[in-house]
Design a protein around this ligand. Structure first.
Ligand SMILES: NC(=O)c1ccc[n+]([C@@H]2O[C@H](COP(=O)([O-])OP(=O)(O)OC[C@H]3O[C@@H](n4cnc5c(N)ncnc54)[C@H](O)[C@@H]3O)[C@@H](O)[C@H]2O)c1
Length: 371
């Protein structure tokens, strides 16, 4: 994530396009400093991309006034301590999710940032995907009438690492290293549901480790201690029921790796990463259940493609640009909704999801927040 999405696709893309376009027509240029543990690897990336500054000493960089924003794309388990240091140094914070390993720590980080007066943002990339932008447009237009339900399918097969290398880092499958699909995906589902349909009020989830032994990057077999699939039901304010399956142990028979199917009284829509299809009630076919005959209706043909109607850029870059405008106090960007407080709500949903699964019961967000 740090290299591909945040450095290459976002920061360097902004730099190479001449900098961030500001409201007054001028441009603000970005200057990255790469921080990591291995100087040789950092130097190689820096040379490849014409980056001047690298360091293996985070605290030294944090004490340098030349750099105003700390971006965190570390493994989750290392995040909180780095964020604390960056907040103490007065840097603006932009971080991957989950923001911490526990809700208590995520809230503490949000409060620390607020007290220190540092601007802060958390990756909410799914909201910037073309498919979800179009879905949001449908919601805002009133297309659905009263929204009844949302069904989300996220997932694909992640290879076990023995006969084909795994396509995700092995720490994702070790709970002790901050792994697990609930911790990874529920923070996303929290902001997606909150911004499109309403805040989550209650959750029931079943988290499972279907594949309990995998092979890591070094070819060593290890015990998978983290959940690799989660089956969740989320109750939203206003009565919408959302069901979302998240799985690294499913084979894709869908058009996209994530899809949301939304049903409302006046229309339905299916949105993925890129595409969005809609069916209004006036164009809804009338199926009749008859197991003796093949269905005469071509159901997929009864949907209309929702057009893009605008150029969309990489979602990570789009969000970075919004955050940098917030940091620069650009008009219209004085407040920033995708902050550490929002990130903490995502961590809470993950925590509640895991607890719900362990205890086999539905949990409400309000009960947890009061406790
Ligand atoms: N927004 C999204 O869609 C999305 C997708 C995947 C991952 N993520 C999040 O991004 C973060 C990174 O995930 P990733 O898939 O890029 O993982 P990764 O393993 O590829 O990258 C993690 C980085 O942290 C470094 N690191 C590991 N241990 C460290 C330590 N002890 N000290 C300092 N550095 C250390 C590694 O060298 C590596 O550069 C995670 O928090 C994950 O939840 C977000």
């Amino acid at each position: 994530m740090g290299y591909r999405q945040h450095l290459v696709r976002s920061i360097l893309a902004i730099r190479d396009s001449g900098g961030l376009l500001l409201a007054d027509g001028s441009r603000a240029q970005v200057r990255p400093v790469l921080v990591g543990r291995n100087r040789a690897k950092l130097a190689e990336i820096a040379a490849r991309h014409d980056v001047e500054d690298v360091s293996t000493d985070l605290d030294e960089v944090l004490s340098d006034d030349a750099f105003g924003v700390y971006g965190d794309f570390l493994v989750t388990s290392q995040r909180a301590s780095a964020l604390r240091r960056a907040i103490a140094a007065g840097k603006a914070i932009y971080t991957e999710k989950p923001t911490a390993e526990t809700h208590a720590e995520a809230v503490e980080l949000a409060e620390l940032a607020q007290r220190a007066g540092v601007k802060n943002g958390v990756v909410h990339d799914k909201l910037f995907l073309p498919g979800l932008l179009k879905l949001k447009r449908l919601v805002d237009s009133g297309f659905f009438g009263r929204i009844l339900s949302v069904r989300g399918e996220f997932g694909y097969w992640v290879f076990e690492g023995d006969w084909q290398p795994a396509q995700r880092p092995s720490w994702n499958y070790r709970a002790q290293d901050g792994g697990g699909i609930v911790v990874d995906m529920f923070p996303h589902w929290n902001y997606v549901l909150e911004h499109l349909f309403g805040p989550v009020e209650a959750v029931y989830a079943r988290a499972v480790t279907h594949i309990d032994s995998r092979v890591d990057e070094a070819g060593q077999r290890y015990t998978a201690t983290a959940d690799d699939a989660a089956y969740g039901i989320f109750e939203l304010a206003g009565g919408v029921v959302a069901q979302i399956n998240s799985s690294w142990t499913t084979r894709v028979h869908r058009d996209e790796l994530v899809e949301f199917h939304v049903d409302g009284t006046h229309g339905s829509a299916v949105a993925g990463l890129f595409h969005c299809e809609a069916q209004p009630r006036v164009a809804t076919p009338k199926p009749v259940w008859n197991p003796d005959l093949p269905d005469p209706i071509d159901h997929r043909a009864a949907w209309t493609t929702v057009p893009d109607n605008a150029e969309t850029e990489n979602g990570f870059r789009a969000q970075w640009e919004g955050f940098l405008r917030h940091v620069l106090d650009e008009p219209g960007h004085e407040t920033y909704p995708f902050d550490l407080a929002s990130g903490a709500r995502g961590v809470l949903l993950a925590e509640l999801g895991l607890r719900s699964s362990r205890e086999g019961r539905r949990l409400t967000v309000a009960d947890e927040v009061q406790a």
